[in-house]
Write a protein that binds this ligand. Structure first.
Ligand SMILES: [Zn+2]
Length: 449
């Protein structure tokens, strides 16, 4: 098994000879960087000057002490992003505005210097080596036209590793994207799960079988059912990575063993905390991912709550790296809905619905109708009447919350099918079950009878 190329890259960044990187060296480096970041943030950002007023960075002697520092929440950035900025406006090279996926909530703005962007390119250059090498041709199904956008940085990173980037953009028409992949001789793809699924399940998707050797799916959560379809249809390896704009896009990527993500430890320090109490959790326990930037200048973030749920994997990866491994993210804290007093996750819907042949995407809404919960699922298919509604209901009934609701008679399930174009998530919006029940109750305060 090939060791993740991230390890030698991180050794280089830390200033250690390749092959002699140790956990102690990484931890020492990270702690020193944490002190520098806290000092920088306290000096330059009005938010942290206030927030960390009682903290002396040179007195942070270990990670337990560091874990006593307050968290930074997404809401803090939404409220006043400029208070986080540590450089003068002329040094800001790129501003990213993230739209909130909910029905309410203001956008979040993030600021990056040229050097910050360079860190991301460097990560792409080395992270992508897990799946492609020199002379590989990589179709980029992400926005790339804007300088500094995710696809643009990926393009530059791929050039540095001497692969050939083929920027394409968001997939509007799967057939055109398949044709572009064939014509350009692409043998690797980076894209958004449902869009790549749309290509694989298209009637012309078979044309890519045997041509594509690796696919990197890019979003917070990748349904395993989609990975399975791509593997079967194209005979390729499917890699997941973890990242969000706040992290500088990349947080970690799977090695060729396709198990955990190996983390970008020279640039980011990760913690797993109890989402309720905020306490650090013992190694291996599932909790909320929190990160601190170690090298960012424009807008460093300290103990940022991601809202993503995962855990560190204490066991060694078969690839033999000493880098930390994090389990593939399967859920978000906000993605949890309660139905019939049972947890109900979009990931559960994803796994059963995407495993049905013919389904390309879907939307799910929970509403109150006549005093009952009403779950509406509209699936997108290539042609009408592709899905057998009885079979679909059967698989939906395997989800515990749905089963409970139906047994109690408190839930109605409506399934529909559409070939219409669905609004495309641009890779930043998180997929979710749209739960309108609380809003329905709010205006009058009276439940339907
Ligand atoms: Zn590995």
């Amino acid at each position: 098994m090939e060791k993740t190329p991230l390890e030698d890259w991180i050794a280089y960044k830390i200033g250690i000879r390749p092959g002699s990187l140790s956990r102690e060296a990484i931890e020492q480096y990270q702690l020193a960087r944490i002190r520098q970041t806290v000092a920088l943030a306290k000096e330059k950002s009005t938010f942290y000057r206030e927030k960390l007023s009682g903290v002396n960075p040179i007195k942070i002697m270990d990670y337990v002490q560091f874990s006593k520092l307050p968290f930074t929440y997404p809401q803090d950035i939404k409220e006043n992003p400029l208070r986080f900025v540590c450089v003068s406006p002329k040094d800001i090279d790129r501003i990213v505005t993230l739209q909130s996926s909910g029905t309410t909530g203001e956008p979040k703005r993030l600021f990056f210097t040229k050097e910050d962007q360079e860190l991301t390119i460097d990560f792409f250059n080395h992270g992508m080596r897990n799946l492609v090498g020199p002379s590989d041709r990589v179709l980029i199904l992400l926005p790339w036209q804007l300088p500094g956008s995710v696809g643009d940085l990926l393009r530059i990173g791929l050039k540095r590793l001497k692969a050939c980037p083929l920027p394409y953009g968001i997939v509007q028409d799967p057939e055109a994207a398949i044709a572009a992949a064939v014509e350009s001789g692409a043998n690797a793809i980076v894209g958004i799960p449902t869009q790549v699924l749309g290509m694989a399940r298209h009637r012309k998707g078979k044309e890519l079988a045997g041509r594509i050797k690796s696919v990197l799916l890019s979003t917070d959560y990748v349904p395993q059912a989609i990975c399975q379809v791509l593997k079967e249809q194209w005979g390729c390896k499917v890699f997941n990575h973890y990242g969000m704009t706040e992290m500088g896009l990349g947080g970690g990527v799977q090695c060729s063993d396709l198990l955990a993500y190996h983390l970008r430890e020279a640039d980011l320090y990760f913690e797993i905390v109890d989402p309720e109490t905020g306490q650090l959790l013992p190694e291996g326990e599932l909790g909320e991912i929190v990160f601190t930037t170690l090298t960012r200048q424009g807008m460093p973030l300290i103990r940022y709550r991601t809202g993503d749920v995962s855990r560190f994997i204490p066991e060694n990866c078969p690839c033999g790296t000493i880098l930390r491994s994090m389990e593939v993210v399967k859920q978000r804290i906000s993605g949890k809905t309660i139905l019939a007093e049972t947890d109900f996750l979009i990931t559960e819907l994803d796994e059963v619905l995407f495993s049905i042949n013919g389904i390309l995407d879907y939307q799910s809404t929970l509403a109150l109708t006549g005093g009952k919960d009403c779950l509406t699922i509209e699936v997108k298919t290539e042609r009408k009447n592709k899905i057998d509604p009885v079979a679909m209901r059967q698989v939906l009934h395997t989800i515990p919350a749905i089963q409970q609701g139906l047994e109690r008679g408190t839930l109605e399930v409506i399934v529909g099918e559409s070939c219409e174009f669905m609004p495309i998530s641009k890779g930043t919006a998180k997929r979710m079950i749209l739960d309108t029940r609380e809003q329905q109750q709010r205006p009058s305060g009276i439940q339907h009878s």
